[in-house]
Write a protein that binds this ligand. Structure first.
Ligand code: SAH
Ligand code: TYD
Ligand code: ZN
Length: 411
């Protein structure tokens, strides 16, 4: 199975114009054993924009089973801020959309380790998570969460409609942008959702990505980079209406889009406001994307210059957070163990492995405490507040943080 190149938009079939080439990239979550010398999967990573519907998307796709499987390492509960965000989100739906309904039913697409659904389970809410990555699905089950390991799509959603009845809320975080087969997904949502139900999903926001030049949000799993304009057009194409938008501070800036069946609900005023703001900013315009591509190239040269300068000065540098995003950065910039000697990360399934493509060893936070570098390159920049607070001692002992979002800087 190889990555498949397409010249056509996965939403509307329009022509896709390439805007950013990030070169040869590995699977962003394929952490390897250090002694694994077998062939590594690489694909060419590039983003493009549909001339017809403006949707920004990858120009080729990796087969889903290569990315999401038993050993998929990402754990939603690895961040205290995200645990709190999901607990609050679950309680929010319990108190609003689900309140006053008879035996309400909540479905999550991509429930991972149950970071959100464990709150639903605890509150006794009827729920089901779709999670094809078996390892993390088992963790969710351990927390009392009901999980199907099917990929959510038309057929699997229709089967749940048969067995469980309609869903009042279908929710997804950081998952819908992972699904190139959107037509099947939205047909599935249409089949499973109650006539007056909502489909809400939150994903990295193109507006923030352009503003922060956070090009590392582009990797194999992040197939679409959504904005309100492109999501509205996608919704309408498949019989839905965009009725709500909410900007969220998590993961470097996201938007939660709420869709309802066409005509079922009145769009909130915030939808018009965000659409107008996007028009003013030209968020989905080719000019904005061209400016982004040139800013990305500047970050690459600034980051490489800084790391080479530090190496020449005999300074040690470690990475912080073996994120999927960092695969894009290290492989695009050519950063290997010669420039960043290790990356520290809390995720058990990443530790004592090497990062995809760049092969930088992954170590525990304890190792970081015992082997403090002069500089720590913050790959998990989206969790900066949480990490800088917990690693206060690193700074107090003279350690310095490096970030590359929105520009290369020593903090
Ligand atoms: N919602 C979590 C996890 C995001 S990672 C969070 O925000 O932290 C994306 C998850 O979607 C992975 O766990 C992956 O296994 C899962 N996934 C991928 N394709 C899917 C599909 N078609 N249906 C349901 N889950 C899917
Ligand atoms: P994240 O940025 O959430 O996502 P992605 O992999 O999709 O880019 O990943 C954060 C990574 O950083 C994850 O592997 C866990 C790790 N991490 C730490 O090591 N320490 C921390 O305090 C936090 C918040 C995250
Ligand atoms: Zn299109």
């Amino acid at each position: 199975m190889t990555a498949q190149a397409r010249g056509r938009c996965r939403i509307c079939g329009g022509g896709v114009e390439e805007v950013l080439d990030l070169g040869r990239q590995p699977l962003s979550d394929a952490f390897r054993r250090p002694d694994d010398t077998g062939p590594e999967f690489f694909h060419r990573l590039a983003a493009g924009r549909c001339r017809a519907c403006t949707m920004v998307q990858l120009t080729s796709e990796v087969p889903r089973e290569r990315m999401f499987h038993q050993g998929y390492p990402y754990r939603s509960s690895g961040s205290a801020v995200m645990r709190e965000h999901f607990a609050r989100t679950a309680l929010g739906y319990a108190e609003t959309e689900l309140a006053g309904r008879d035996a309400p039913f909540f479905v999550e697409i991509g429930c991972n380790d149950g970071a959100l659904l464990r709150t639903m389970a605890g509150a006794g809410v009827r729920h089901l998570g779709f999670e094809p990555s078996g390892g993390v699905a088992a963790v969710a089950r351990g927390h009392g969460v009901n999980v199907s390991t099917d990929f959510f799509e038309e057929a699997t959603a229709a089967a749940v409609r048969e067995s469980h009845g309609p869903a009042d809320v279908i929710y997804a975080a950081n998952t819908i942008c992972h699904l190139p087969y959107m037509e099947s997904v939205l047909r599935g949502v249409a089949a499973l959702l109650a006539p007056d139900g909502v489909f809400a999903f939150e994903d990295p926001y193109l507006g923030d990505i352009l503003q922060k030049t956070s090009f590392d949000q582009i990797y194999d799993e992040h197939f679409f980079l959504f904005c309100a304009r492109s999501v509205r057009s996608m919704a309408e194409r498949f019989g839905f209406e965009l009725v709500g938008v909410e900007r969220l501070p998590v993961h470097g800036g996201e938007v939660r889009y709420t869709l309802a069946k066409a005509g079922a609900r009145r769009p909130a005023a915030a939808v018009r406001r965000l659409l107008d703001w996007e028009d003013e900013q030209g968020v989905a315009d080719p000019e904005a994307l061209a400016a982004f591509a040139s800013a990305v190239a500047d970050i690459r040269s600034d980051l490489i210059d800084l790391l080479r300068m530090l190496r020449a000065a005999g300074k040690s540098v470690a990475g912080y957070g073996a994120t999927a995003k960092s695969a894009t950065v290290t492989n695009y910039c050519g950063i290997g163990p010669d420039l960043v000697s290790y990356v520290c990360d809390t995720t058990p399934a990443k530790q004592d492995r090497v990062t995809p493509g760049a092969h930088i060893p992954v170590r525990s936070p304890e190792f970081f405490a015992e082997n403090r570098p002069d500089y720590a390159l913050l790959f998990a920049w989206n969790h900066a507040d949480e990490i800088l607070a917990k690693e206060r001692e690193f700074r107090e002992a003279g350690g310095k943080w490096i970030t590359y979002v929105p520009e290369v800087r020593v903090l």
